[in-house]
Ligand binder design. Structure first.
Ligand code: 5AD
Ligand code: SF4
Length: 459
């Protein structure tokens, strides 16, 4: 449910000039969530008291003011409305939990160090009430899209199993624009998978903004995580390959790792975004994992599936990223080793916490870091592709190639592979011998017909 009515915000500011400045920042942070300032307290959908501790009995004054506002809140609720009541500033900092004990009707208590989390706190409150915020956040097709469910392209299909995100990375609009995490029931997913197979799919990619947060219920009421769902899907006749994207590292559980070990249909390729190799930056991004956790997770995944190829997303130039932080990202890339990856310059999304952070990184520094990172990633990708030469890989031939007699397909590692092959091989998973490699594609010959002329060199 999206609440589309414009919302009103009243901020009562106590104390010094610093608090006046902070109140302006809070209003700025809440504007993209649809809140406009009002002077009239009892007309407000949200009231924030930005408090000051400097005067004697400051806390007592705040409690008595809260009591007065609570009467307005109760009156609004009696009329079927709502009012969010928040306490910010130094009293909130000093009293902390005590505020919620003495004034349990208060919805949010936050000190000066956590203002930037205000959009997250408000979005969470709305979710608890079962409502989704109507925001001004720009929908970013690049960062915020999922492929339409149930689309079969060639023999590879996409199936949405999960939507939304509860993680609130400080650079990202998705938790605001897509709302809370939601998982489709297991039987619905299985039925759609069977339908896709009937339409010709042999490979299914499970989609979700946070796909490994999947928690679906089956017809018997049992809860399944993504690992369990993958096992059920692998039992369906006709599914030769399974993939999933995009995963959140802190939510990869043992059952999912075990699925990589036990389910041959699950391709040995995983897009596992880390964003940065610096613990300091990861913290500022509000990622709930550090560098060592990620590296250890990769080791556990590789122990389960030694031939696993990894991909990732990276952001360079996040606010406050120093050269040392960036070096940490490069060293993580060297340590993990990626078969391919996406990298972006940080770009402020108006209304997200990071956009309001100080120490934005100059554009020319971002450009230089992006180039250095991409050079390293490209080198790793090319080296991986070249290491495939001489290997035989199962390739899903799903499209005609550019030249007559040529077919195009995908290796287990998502590499594009072209091969001269009979047209009626379209749709097969064929064992191909890789004979050439470029940065973006591989050339192959049919493994059981190695007498054939070598395939054209790849790009
Ligand atoms: N600036 C740069 N990159 C971003 N991403 C998301 N938001 C931003 C932003 N504000 C990237 C992240 C994410 C991918 C889909 O897009 O790396 O994983
Ligand atoms: Fe955005 Fe992904 Fe972070 Fe969710 S986990 S907030 S979708 S970057």
């Amino acid at each position: 449910m999206t609440d589309t009515t414009p919302k009103k915000l009243h901020i009562k500011t106590y104390g010094c000039q610093m608090n006046v400045y902070d109140s302006d920042r809070m209003a700025g942070l809440l504007a993209p969530l649809g809140y406009a300032l009002t002077d009239v307290v009892d007309d407000a959908d949200m009231v924030l008291l930005n408090t000051c501790h400097i005067r004697e009995k400051a806390a007592e004054k705040v409690y008595s003011e809260l009591g007065r506002i609570n009467k307005m809140k109760q009156a609004r609720q009696a009329d079927g409305g709502a009012m969010i009541l928040g306490v910010a500033g130094c009293v909130a900092q000093a009293e902390g939990e005590e505020v919620l004990k003495r004034a349990p009707y208060v919805d949010m208590v936050f000190g000066p160090q956590t203002y930037h989390r205000l959009p997250e706190m408000v979005a969470r409150l709305h979710r608890e009430k079962g409502a989704q915020l109507d925001t001004d956040f720009p929908e970013e097709s690049k960062f915020d899209h999922l492929t339409a469910p149930g689309r079969v392209e060639g023999r590879a299909a996409f199936l949405t199993v999960q939507e939304g995100c509860d993680k609130f990375c400080t650079f990202c609009v998705v938790p605001y624009t897509r709302g809370a995490e939601f998982s489709r029931p297991v039987d619905q997913v299985l039925a759609e998978a069977r339908q896709l197979v009937a339409q010709g799919a042999v490979e299914i990619t499970l989609l979700g903004q946070n796909v490994n947060a999947y928690h679906g219920t089956d017809a018997d009421g049992a809860e399944l995580g993504l690992g369990g769902l993958i096992r059920r899907l692998a039992e369906i006749d006709g599914i030769a390959r399974l993939r999933y994207t995009t995963s959140y590292p802190a939510e990869v559980d043992d059952a999912l790792i075990a699925a990589h070990r036990d389910v041959p249909e699950l391709m040995p390729y995983l897009h596992l975004p880390v964003q940065s190799g610096s613990d300091r930056v990861l913290k500022a991004m509000n990622r709930r994992h550090g560098r060592d956790f990620y590296i250890d997770l990769v080791a556990r995944l590789r122990a389960a599936r030694p031939d696993l190829g990894l991909s990732s997303d990276f952001i360079v130039g996040f606010p406050g990223e120093t050269d040392a932080d960036f070096q940490d990202t490069l060293s993580l890339v060297r340590e993990v080793g990626y078969v391919q990856a996406y990298s972006f310059k940080y770009s402020p999304r108006p209304g997200t916490p990071a956009a309001a952070m100080e120490l934005q990184v100059p554009e020319d520094v971002k450009d230089a870091r992006l180039k250095e990172l991409q050079d390293l990633l490209n080198t790793q990708q090319l080296a991986f592709n070249q290491a495939c030469v001489g290997r035989t890989l199962p390739v899903l031939l799903d499209r005609p190639g550019r030249h007559a007699g040529q077919l195009l397909g995908r290796s287990p590692y998502m590499q594009a592979v072209h091969v001269d092959a009979p047209a009626d091989w379209l749709g097969r998973v064929a064992d191909l011998k890789i004979v050439s490699a470029g940065g973006n594609s591989l050339g192959a010959v049919l493994a059981d017909a190695s007498e054939q002329p070598a395939a054209r060199r790849s790009a």
